[in-house]
Ligand binder design. Structure first.
Ligand code: AMP
Length: 279
């Protein structure tokens, strides 16, 4: 496995692979890898000849009061993990390599980015679309792998690829959870022991939501109200949002009908966690 921070080197590796007729996958991450990322890398490994994992804590997708400086990083551990899963290349650029002086071009999507996480993180998806679009241009992958954990991000990337005629197949992978149900996240490391217990309220409420739908709940507002009520029972939890939206457009939905995304962001102490289910 190779590791590079240089765009030019990535291009050279990919050029060589292409000459050999090999297919190339990209798994974009911010590092501090866990089994959620691992599931993406493993799937990419199964479906492609070469797997590139990008590890880049993208400053552009963090707001001024967010956790850019404190975001956990451990390149050595990530390197060993990627190697154990059979990745071929880690692309780990410095911010200056991705955003040279005078950088001024952005990929800015409307509508889908204005709901859910876009409301509380106004610059987030512009940063995500811009960096993913840059990564697609640098690596030119056949396939790119994203987690359903970030369901809005996945929908936005699919929409961007379609709108801008990008020649890449976007593959969504299911949420990987801890044994007790908490969705795996690099940010779980921020939680104290007490908060870690309280954080179970997210996955428990997702289970409640699924159960209500299975039992025949038809009204989105009523579903969301019951889910919110459940979260409010946990004293350490503060709701950012709980919403039922159309899974493609991210617009609020009245009825429980497919394609439906029921998504939440909840603060446990100072840590903002997300979870969802898709119908
Ligand atoms: P991040 O490093 O948090 O930006 O995540 C990189 C990719 O891994 C994104 O496509 C995420 O959706 C995906 N991912 C993160 N956590 C999980 C998880 N628990 N299950 C599945 N995919 C995940």
């Amino acid at each position: 496995m190779q590791v590079t921070g240089q765009i030019q080197q990535v291009r050279e590796f990919v050029k060589t692979w292409r000459k050999q007729g090999q297919t190339v996958a990209l798994v974009p991450t911010m590092g501090y890898l866990h089994e959620g990322h691992g599931s993406l890398i493993t799937r990419a490994r199964q479906e492609n000849d070469k797997v590139v994992v990008s590890i880049f804590v993208n400053p552009m997708q963090f707001g001024p009061n967010e956790d850019l400086a404190s975001y956990p990083r451990d390149l050595e551990k990530d390197r060993a993990y990627c190697e154990s899963l059979g990745a071929d290349l880690i692309f780990h650029p410095e911010p200056e390599e991705m955003y040279h002086e005078g950088f001024s071009t952005y990929v800015d999507m409307s509508i889908l980015t204005e709901e859910l996480c876009g409301l509380s993180r106004p610059v987030h998806f512009r940063g995500v679309c811009t960096v993913v679009s840059k990564l697609f241009h640098i690596v030119q992958p056949d396939r790119a792998y994203f987690g359903e954990k970030d369901a809005q991000q996945l929908a936005i990337i699919r929409h961007m690829v379609d709108d801008l005629n990008m020649d890449v197949e976007v593959i969504g992978c299911p949420i990987v959870r801890e044994e007790d149900g908490l969705a795996k996240s690099s940010r779980n490391t921020y939680l104290s022991a007490e908060e870690r217990k309280a954080a179970l309220i997210l996955s428990q409420t997702i289970e409640l939501g699924k159960q209500l739908v299975a039992e025949g709940e038809k009204d989105a507002d009523s579903l969301v109200a019951k889910m919110k009520e459940n979260i409010e029972k946990e004293p350490l939890a503060r709701i950012d949002y709980v919403k039922a939206v159309n899974g493609l457009t991210m617009q609020q939905q009245k009825n429980i009908e497919s394609p439906l995304l029921v998504a939440m962001a909840v603060y446990i102490g100072k840590t903002r966690l997300i979870d969802n289910f898709i119908l």
